[in-house]
Design a protein around this ligand. Sequence first.
Ligand code: SER
Length: 321
Amino acid sequence: MQEKNNEKILVIGACGQIGVELTAALRAKYGNENVVASDIREESKLIKGTGPFVILDAMDAEATRNLVKKEKITTIYLLAALLSATGEKNPKLAWELNMGSLRQILDLCVDEKIKLFWPSSIAVFGPTTPRENTPQRTVVEPTTMYGITKYTGELLCQYYNRRFGLDVRSVRYPGLISWKSPPGGGTTDYAVEIFYGAIKEKTYTSFLSENTYLPMMYMDDAIRATIEIMEAPAEKIKSRIAYNLSAISFSPKEIAESIKSQIPDFKISYAPDFHQPIADSWPQSIDDSVARADWGWKHEYDLEKMVADMLKNLKEKLKKG
Ligand code: SER
């Protein structure tokens, strides 16, 4: 059902893993014409023909300002970013893109009274953080450039809220698992690649060791969380530092076992690489009780339900080619 047609939304980074699904969900809710999708890349075929699309460099302040004014944008979802693994390959660009885009959008949102969603990540935590049931408030000493940009961004968002009254909201996404659009450049990407390996070749070599536990979430839950935090009454958003968000925690061995229950001849092997130390610096599981208490967050997908849905949808997608 469509609603709230006075909203005009801009999604920046709409062709990425989260972007394509968030754009589709927002269009279903607010009307196709009321959600402008943008990306520096060419339009993804997953959103093509479903609403307006503009090529936009998230670091280009002037182009973004012109677009926002022309389209009378009221809400922005800023998803453009370099993730953890790509960020370690090019830390300078990770800082420039992740910080440069956020800084210019924060100023624009203050000037034009726009509401902002900006995603943070479990990557804000580092090796000195308690690794199990990591609390909302704890030691935060990230060791990846991606994590450093995310925590700096959280502090900036909180600053702009306190100083300028900007309505900016954020969550710390865990690793996100989806079948529609592939992830790009993250340490948690193995948990998506494993499904492609299982269906296509019945085998997969994990770049993380068998007992590396990480916090994860199915994309359906992540999209719902994003829209729910944005739609919550402002007084419920008591933290303008990003909220911990949690659903599932598993290791490569555990997800492989779960896949094997449906594809019995699936085989996994392990060849840890440069992703391993990044994963080892992150929490294994997250305590998100503050998000649950403040704005009613609740996940739906556990490991079994997620694996069943992934295998069903990905098999169909790969059959169609
Ligand atoms: N999925 C991200 C990554 O692995 C974490 O935010 O980089």
